[in-house]
Write a new protein. Structure first.
Length: 448
């Protein structure tokens, strides 16, 4: 057995000073454990022992605008594990003309045999038709309980189609997330900027103002109300959007909300960096104002945000972002973060959130909402041995040159981080130690 000694466990009943034993891929025992001959002992003195962190929103090996994300499942899950994440929920994407069952197979193959952490898939439904609808029960059988639709990009569905998806998911309790931006408005606002000769990255946020998100959040909430279904708002970035969510909850609706660290640490002044540097921060929704940041942080502290994910979607600055040098609308949208989320969250919130809160936002809630609890998201006997031993005394500085993410920059460059994952176990196998991967590819497809 592997025994984690002397740590403070973050359990569903609260903090507990105890040891934890791993047998094969399962948590075998929690308590006062004396190692026997042949047991491997890991010292967690001064550390918190979390159920492995889950990143509920990543894009690995995804084709976007004629290019492919810099991170595939090998480098992406290696980076995730190095930073303390033991499971990612990526998006299998159904392209026009494809079936959702084939899309799942395609994405499972991309991850197979090379994942350093566990991988589950949401299904991004981009071609809604009778066949897609008929395939839903089989997809559920194949382990998919969560879905996503877009209101923007060429993957967008119409309002009517989104309503039909919601209704079709009701019989088996699937949860639908939505990329809430009014795509038609974005297209017009982009055209207006370009017509003025505004081609630099700093015009990107002005083509996707807060109202564009808030309107879409409001619309998606009402579609959920019409269908009598809960909804999941992904990557919330604005105070205006938050107000729409509060209104829907006040009406009695169940609205789950995800936000990301970048929307609570980095503001839109980054788009005005000299030269083309602003392109590094071009993601959608864009980075927002200081006032939005304040509102989102208050919402996290008030318990109004359910999950924190990354929306990791990496493109290299030199080779990929550069495609939009003369037109900001051609910059591939997305930023890297899969490696740094737990540390960045703790940098943002420090002691104003307790370990139990970090556990809830980054492990327990994603496990519950996406159908993995209590196999994942909880330190319990019988749960999967996905475990992150977090050392709050290991202060370090983020450097792109030293990270695992396969991309040439990080928006968190040079920032000092208050703590780091000392040991990261994936299915009972040590996947990373002090930020360095062990090379073990113990990740499995999570059939939910
Ligand atoms: Zn995304």
């Amino acid at each position: 057995m592997k025994i984690i000694k002397n740590g403070i466990l973050i359990t569903p009943e609260g903090e507990k000073r105890a040891d934890l034993a791993i047998k094969d891929s399962i948590i075998a025992e929690i308590g006062d454990i004396s190692p026997a001959d042949g047991d491997e002992v890991y010292d967690a003195g001064g550390c918190y022992v979390y159920p492995g962190f889950i990143d509920g929103h990543t894009h690995l090996d995804l084709e976007v605008a004629g290019t492919v994300t810099a991170d595939d499942f090998e480098s992406g899950t290696r980076a995730a594990a190095a930073g303390g994440t033991t499971c990612v929920v990526d998006f299998a994407t159904q392209y026009k003309g494809d079936t959702i069952l084939n899309a799942l197979e395609t994405w499972k193959k991309k991850a197979e045999g090379k994942s350093h952490c566990n991988v589950a898939f949401h299904m991004a439904v981009c071609d809604w038709n009778e066949k897609t609808k008929a395939d839903l029960p089989a997809l559920r059988e194949a382990g998919v309980t969560s879905f996503k639709v877009y209101m923007a990009y060429d993957t967008a569905l119409t309002d009517n189609e989104i309503l039909e998806v919601l209704e079709a998911l009701r019989p088996f309790g699937g949860i639908l997330g939505c990329h809430c931006e009014n795509g038609a408005l974005v297209t017009e606002l982009q055209k207006a900027q370009l017509a003025e000769g505004h081609t630099e990255p700093r015009w990107h946020p002005l083509s996707r103002p807060a109202e564009v998100e808030a309107e879409a959040v409001n619309r998606f909430c009402y579609l959920g109300a019409l269908a009598g279904m809960p909804v999941n708002i992904v990557h919330l970035s604005t105070k205006l959007g938050l107000e729409e969510i509060r209104a829907a909850r006040k009406r009695g609706q169940t609205v789950y909300v995800e936000s990301c660290p970048q929307y609570m640490l980095l503001d839109d002044s980054n788009y005005s960096r000299p030269g083309f540097e602003g392109a590094k921060y071009v993601c959608s929704p864009p980075l927002r104002s200081k006032e939005d940041i304040r509102a989102l942080k208050e919402a996290v502290l008030a318990g109004e945000i359910d999950t924190i994910a990354t929306d990791h979607c990496s493109f290299s600055y030199a080779g990929q972002k550069i495609a939009g040098k003369d037109d900001f609308t051609k910059i591939p949208n997305g930023a890297p973060g899969i490696e740094h989320r737990p540390a960045v969250m703790m940098k943002i919130f420090g002691d104003s959130l307790k370990p139990a809160d970090y556990c809830r936002l980054m492990s327990e809630n994603p496990a519950r909402i996406f159908g993995m609890y209590p196999k994942k998201g909880a330190l319990l006997t019988g749960s999967d041995a996905d475990i992150t031993v977090w050392d709050p005394a290991d202060v370090w500085t983020v450097r792109a040159a030293e990270m695992q993410q396969n991309v040439d920059y990080t928006p968190f460059e040079g920032m000092e981080m208050p703590g780091r994952a000392k040991y990261v176990f994936v299915n009972g196998i040590l996947a990373a130690e002090c930020g360095r991967p062990t090379g073990a590819t113990a990740g499995r497809y999570v059939c939910r």
